[in-house]
Design a protein around this ligand. Structure first.
Ligand code: AMP
Length: 434
């Protein structure tokens, strides 16, 4: 096979398989997300992975990194411009408008869990397909919701055992932000020669994006730049203070951080990120983030509707769990193993397995192996409590052996009574253990 051909049968760059051995992390994280969704009354929403490209141009913003460089966009067979969703706030806002959720009691609270796509440079903690869990509260400008959404994320990390801090900022609103943008733009214009190429363009188009530029020179310049919080209008200042007071009430640990501008155009007022100090590099790594988007629903054709939300990256969260060696519940274990010796026994065991499963006994097997030793080794590895053994002699006698894997004691029971006998023993064990 040629090198080129071989490549066609490998993972696409930036993609990852989630293998059976990874699933217990995924299930654990999903379970905590589901639990929080139901406790705080956020209904699950699943929107399509594909949306019209225009949705993201309009919401995320034409001059953002995501739209300029990172979208998986293509023209479909019907000549429509389509994009694999790079984030989900836009899709959820679209569904809110399209499905008339404005007629429901407000705010409408929704959460999601799913894959997202950004054509980014793959590196540690950055993939081209990655998963997020997100929470959105649409239809209210109350600061208490900003605090609730932030708190849900904090709870999520705390339940996982991760010590996360919130970095928080306010980006102002349509009234006060332009004023700040002008001040910032003037400041940057004076230093244009020292800025990176991207920031040179940003000076007039989107100066806010220069604030969190990763280039060292730009970062140095930004340290002395004017800060948004000093240019908030009264309503935005009150909203920000109220949010912080609610967070104090909830005992959420936060840092006021003027660098949190988020990379998307739709954010207004509160913007935040959940950060953790990375075990490898010692640097702060963002596990999630969010903010208010009071103008988005209207921008997409709905009525003026205030909203707030956040999203958490699943891969980065799981990476932290692994790096810190945090235990997650083991996958559902098997109770018994079904071992068979010979062709006849295999046949009988095949239907016995079905019957055991129907009787809700978790049964493992490896029907493709013959030797008893190999099968018992496997049973040991799976940590089962009992192994049922069916050989030639047992078939002739109409019996089956039940082997207690702890003591190695084997009992002969009537083949037709195998299931109730197994259930009886498992029940007794459970009773002892509780
Ligand atoms: P964002 O809204 O872009 O800040 O994304 C929220 C979270 O999603 C981030 O804090 C990351 O944990 C995760 N995330 C974003 N982009 C990627 C990516 N390319 N690969 C892996 N995780 C990502």
């Amino acid at each position: 096979m040629s090198k080129k051909e071989k490549k066609a049968f490998q993972l696409v760059k930036g993609m990852k398989d989630i293998l059976p051995e990874d699933q217990r992390y995924w299930e654990h994280v999903r379970r905590i997300g589901r639990e929080l969704g139901s406790q705080y009354n956020y209904g699950r929403i699943d929107t399509p992975i594909l949306e019209f490209t225009k949705l993201f141009d309009r919401s995320v913003g034409a001059y953002t990194d995501i739209v300029e460089k990172e979208m998986y966009s293509f023209r479909d067979r019907g000549d429509e411009d389509i994009t694999l969703r790079p984030e989900n706030t836009a899709g959820v806002a679209r569904a809110y408008i399209e499905k008339g959720m404005v007629n429901l009691p407000q705010p409408v609270k929704l959460y999601y869990f799913g894959p997202f796509f950004r054509y980014d440079k793959p590196q540690s903690g950055r993939q081209r397909q990655f998963w997020q869990i997100g929470f959105e509260a649409i239809g209210s400008d109350a600061a208490v919701l900003d605090a609730q959404v932030i708190n849900i994320g904090m709870k999520f990390f705390r339940r996982l055992g991760l010590a996360v801090v919130v970095q928080i900022n306010s980006l102002g609103c349509v009234d006060c932000r332009p004023n700040y943008q002008e001040v910032l733009s003037d400041y940057l214009k004076g230093k244009k020669n020292q800025l990176c190429e991207d920031c040179k363009r940003r000076v007039t188009k989107n100066p806010l994006r220069a604030i969190d530029c990763k280039e060292e020179e730009c970062q140095k310049l930004m340290a002395d730049a004017p800060q948004q919080v000093d240019y908030l209008c009264e309503a935005c200042r009150d909203h920000f203070i109220a949010t912080l007071e609610y967070l104090d009430e909830l005992e959420v640990v936060y840092n006021l951080n003027p660098k949190i501008v988020r990379g998307l155009d739709y954010y207004t007022r509160t913007a935040f990120e959940y950060t953790i100090s990375d075990q490898e590099s010692g640097r702060q790594s963002a596990l999630g983030g969010g903010g208010r988007y009071d103008g988005l629903v209207e921008e997409l054709g709905g009525r003026p509707t205030a909203a707030v939300g956040m999203a958490i990256g699943i891969e980065r969260t799981i990476k932290e769990l692994r790096a810190q060696d945090i235990k997650v519940p083991e996958k559902q274990e098997y109770d018994i193993f079904l071992a068979q010796l010979g062709k006849e026994a295999r046949k009988k065991c095949l239907s016995l397995q079905d019957k055991l499963l129907e009787a809700e006994v978790n049964v493992a097997e490896n029907f493709s192996r013959d030797g008893l030793k190999t099968q018992l080794e496997l049973a040991n590895k799976l940590n089962v409590k009992y192994t049922l053994i069916l050989g030639q002699k047992e078939i002739v006698d109409g019996t089956i052996l039940i082997r207690d894997m702890e003591g190695g004691i084997q009992e002969v029971v009537d083949f037709n009574k195998a299931i109730p006998e197994v259930k009886k023993r498992l029940k007794l064990r459970d009773g002892e253990g509780s």
